[in-house]
Design a binder for this molecule. Sequence first.
Ligand code: SF4
Length: 290
Amino acid sequence: MKEIKAKTIISPFFGQSGDFKSYTYNPYRGCQHGCIYCDSRSLCYGIDDFEDISYKGNAIDLLKRELGRKTTKGIINTGSMSDPYMPAEEKLELTRRSLQVIADYRFGVQIITKSDLVTRDLGLLKRLSKTYCCIVFTLTTVDDPLARIVEPAAPLPSKRLQAMRTLFENGIDVGVAMMPILPFIQDNRENISSIVSAAAKAGAGFIYSSMGMTLRDRQREYYYSRLDESFPGLRERYERAFADSYSCRSLHSRILMNVLMNAAQDHGVSLRSFGELSRKPDFEDQIRLF
Ligand code: SF4
């Protein structure tokens, strides 16, 4: 793990609609969770030694400076390129200190994570909720042994669900990113309906999903090498079904979308698109506080 200096720390995020600005923020580079399907291994991101992570030692100073220059409030999104609650965070507390700054500057936050470590920051999350705070847990399966193979160093789904329940009981908005769904491994009815049912029990208000995955260049190579170890023969099925396609949708995606819609309806969970907010941010309240 090495320290690096970043030149800038937040960049525009165009995946949210509303009368406010959205930004992406990543204090880490690389990720320790080791998910075999991780898109961030792709060449276009230029992160060599993906699991040998770096952290941006000047992240907090840059965040203060860049948020201080903004004339309108917005939502900070984190967790798309690396998990903000990977094991290194326990000691470094970069995400925790970032949340403190985001709360001080009265911005909102949306976090995507696979880690129950997020509950450590419950007090800050409650404070951020006055403006906007939503925690999205990624669940590609609720089968712990399978998760141990496809997400080897991430906290188990059972831990994530417990954390989700804790946050929900403390008034924090929680939801689920059910993506990717790995073809020939996770693209079955039982998997989809058990994720929806477990998410609903844990308090998830929404789910967004993609019935498939993406594969390209060295990320594809990495994924196939892991398949050869854990699922012998599956690489050949992928090659036959998807050849060099970037988008690898499940061959059963339509059926699975119906399973998802029915299960979500049965359990009272809404379906959202990626980036869609769980509620309207309350920036006005913050302006009154000023
Ligand atoms: S937690 Fe997310 S960023 Fe980290 S390895 Fe897994 S998919 Fe990649």
